[in-house]
Design a protein around this ligand. Structure first.
Ligand code: ADP
Ligand code: MG
Length: 249
């Protein structure tokens, strides 16, 4: 068993009276692909936001590598190699794919206002072109983000997240709203990023076929608490999970 890369212990998060996450614990080992499922509103996106430092948690601890990151904010956590993508993508639709990649480069991040007119380092240009080719967008690199299909925008966001050489990526519904042929391609790219670049993945996914074939282990949330954890087969056979999806719990 490889070492634990992400360790979440007893995390709690409420918004006013709504308890979005209640006593959540999970582990992700270095090199794994782990799934996070659960009905709408069960607290999946909130947990991602807590892990990456988007908002402070009310209780609990989050450790990445050997570092306590519970009280750190997004830029500090990103510099350690932990990034997330969004359910609704956060690309810049008025900028080209290349420009979107440029502003995602670690040299530019966190260094004040971005100048798109300053010369861009050659190595970073090679890297961004390589990554755009990796996600099948090289030929479209001068198109604006807004000219891409929704699935292609998700691929661009994935490539942007890879610009800084992450160790762990949290992907929020990478195939939601994407047409079926592109879903297979996205799954293939995620698996290849894991196999070939060694990027560990924690993936929220609603498409059961996708998550059952992609993930090695799966956690299931319901009403803000951890309902079940296990292999894809365990999860599929778990009556509580089935009930949660049918709205019976
Ligand atoms: P999921 O991603 O599993 O669909 P969310 O984490 O988005 O679930 O939401 C969990 C619960 O927390 C929901 O009841 C949602 O309405 C609530 N919630 C999430 N974010 C906020 C917020 N910023 N302010 C208030 N309530 C929120
Ligand atoms: Mg969500």
């Amino acid at each position: 068993m490889s070492e634990t890369l992400l360790r979440v212990r007893g995390v709690e998060k409420s918004f006013g009276g709504v308890v979005a996450n209640r006593d959540i614990s999970l582990n992700v080992a270095d090199g794994e692909i782990v799934g996070l499922i659960g009905p709408n509103g069960s607290g999946k996106t909130t947990l991602f936001s807590s892990i990456v430092g988007y908002h402070p948690v009310d209780a609990g601890s989050i450790v990445f590598g050997n570092k306590e990151i519970t009280r750190l904010r997004v830029p500090q956590i990103a510099r350690l190699g932990l990034h997330r993508t969004f359910q609704q993508t956060r690309i810049f639709t008025g900028m080209s794919c290349v420009q979107n990649m440029q502003i995602s480069a670690p040299l530019v991040q966190g260094k004040g206002p971005v100048s798109l007119f300053a010369p861009f380092p050659v190595e970073a240009t090679e890297k961004l072109e390589y990554l755009l080719a990796f996600v099948g967008l090289y030929e479209k690199r001068f198109l604006r983000g807004g000219e891409l299909s929704f699935g292609q925008q998700k691929l661009l966001e994935f490539a942007m997240a890879m610009m800084s050489g992450p160790r762990l990526l949290l992907l929020d519904e990478p195939t939601a709203g994407v047409n079926p042929t592109l879903i297979d391609y996205i799954v293939n790219r995620l698996r290849t990023a894991n196999d070939e670049f060694g990027i560990t993945l924690l993936v929220i996914e609603h498409n059961m076929h996708v998550i059952m074939t992609l993930a090695q282990r799966i956690y299931c949330l319901a009403h803000g608490h951890m309902l079940a954890e296990g292999s894809p087969q365990d999860i599929q056979d778990n009556p509580q999970v089935v009930d949660a999806y049918l709205g019976a719990t």
